[in-house]
Design a protein around this ligand. Structure first.
Ligand SMILES: Nc1ncnc2c1ncn2[C@@H]1O[C@H](COP(=O)(O)OP(=O)(O)OP(=O)(O)O)[C@@H](O)[C@H]1O
Ligand SMILES: [Mg+2]
Length: 257
C-alpha cells in the first residue's frame, strides 16, 4: 500500500530554483532513502512535507491530500535543546501535541533502555556522546507515534565508527518496529545498508536521476557475501552521483585495462 506519494514537487527561493520536479513514493513499512549532493535541496523537500514551507506539486498520503501531521520529523540540526534534560527533550514532541509532561514522561521512560540511554534520563544533552544525542533525538521523534518517520541526516555529524554502529542499530529498530521511513543522507554506504529503495538526486535544482532498488536480504549482516553485493550497489550509485550514469550491474572493467 502506498503511503506517501509526491508528484512533480517544485520549489524556488526567489530566483533560486531548488527543486525541479521531484516525484517519489514510499510504501507501507518501506525504508526509502534520498541521496544527493550537499545543497541539492533535500532538507527543502522535508520542509515541504512537514508544511513548514509551501511549494508547487502534489503531495498525497494514503491517497488523500497530505497533512504534515502524519510525520515524526527529526531535523538535520538543533535536534536537542541544551537547556532541557534528556527526558524533557524526549517528551518535547508529545508536549507540543498537548500531552501533560508527567504523562509524556511515563510514555518515554520505558524506551530509554531500548535506545541505549538507561540511566541518562536526568542528564543534560552536553553530557552525552554524539551517538547518544542522536539516539535521544530519535527517541523524541518516534514516541510521537505518527504514521511515518522523516530523518534528515541523523548521523551526519558522527565519527565513522559511531555512525556504523548507529546504522546497524537503526536497521534493527526499523525491523522490530515496522516503521515506514524516509531518510535523507549523502552517505552512499548508509543508504545501501538501510534502504529498500534509494532515490538519487542531481545537484541543485534537484531532480530524481535514478531510482535504485536494494535487493539485499535482511537483517543486513556483516558477512563477506553481503559486503560484496552491497559494495557493487554502492559503486553503481557512486557512478550515478559522479555523473557517469552507468547501469548498476555492470561487469568489472578492471581486467580490460
Ligand atoms: N529558506 C531559504 N531561503 C533561501 N534559500 C534557501 C532556504 N532554504 C534553503 N535554501 C537554499 O536552497 C538550497 C538547498 O538547500 P537544502 O538545505 O535543501 O540542501 P540540502 O540538500 O539539504 O543540503 P545538505 O546536504 O548540505 O544538508 C541551498 O542553495 C540553500 O541555500
Ligand atoms: Mg540538508
Amino acid at each position: 500500500m502506498t503511503r506517501l506519494e509526491l508528484r512533480n514537487m517544485r520549489k524556488n527561493f526567489g530566483a533560486l530554483e531548488v527543486l525541479a520536479g521531484i516525484s517519489l513514493h514510499v510504501e507501507e513499512g518501506e525504508f526509502v532513502s534520498i541521496l544527493g549532493p550537499s545543497g541539492a535541496g533535500k532538507s527543502t523537500l522535508f520542509q515541504l512535507l512537514t508544511g513548514a514551507i509551501r511549494g508547487e506539486g502534489e503531495m498525497r498520503f494514503d491517497g488523500a491530500p497530505l497533512d504534515g501531521a502524519r510525520f515524526a520529523f527529526m531535523p538535520q540540526r538543533d535536534a536537542l535543546m541544551p537547556w532541557r534534560r534528556v527526558i524533557d527533550n524526549a517528551t518535547l514532541g508529545l508536549e507540543v501535541q498537548g500531552m501533560k509532561r508527567r504523562a509524556a514522561r511515563e510514555r518515554v521512560a520505558p524506551l530509554f533502555a531500548e535506545f541505549g540511554l538507561a540511566g541518562f534520563e536526568r542528564a543534560w544533552p552536553a553530557e552525552l556522546s554524539g551517538g547518544m544525542r542522536q539516539r535521544a533525538a530519535l527517541l523524541r521523534t518516534v514516541v510521537q507515534q505518527r504514521d511515518m518517520l522523516l530523518l534528515d541526516e541523523p548521523f551526519g555529524a558522527l565519527d565513522a565508527l559511531t555512525r556504523a554502529a548507529m546504522q546497524r542499530w537503526l536497521e534493527t529498530m526499523w525491523r522490530n518496529h515496522r516503521w515506514t521511513a524516509l531518510l535523507i543522507t549523502h552517505d552512499v554506504r548508509e543508504a545501501v545498508l538501510l534502504s529498500d529503495r534509494i532515490y538519487v538526486l542531481s545537484a541543485r535544482p534537484a531532480r530524481v536521476v535514478r531510482e535504485v532498488a536494494v535487493p539485499l536480504p535482511r537483517p543486513r549482516t556483516e558477512s563477506t557475501a553481503f559486503a560484496r553485493k552491497a559494495a557493487a550497489i554502492e559503486a553503481g550509485i557512486l557512478d550515478i552521483l559522479l555523473g557517469a550514469a552507468e547501469p548498476i550491474s555492470r561487469p568489472s572493467d578492471g581486467e580490460n585495462r
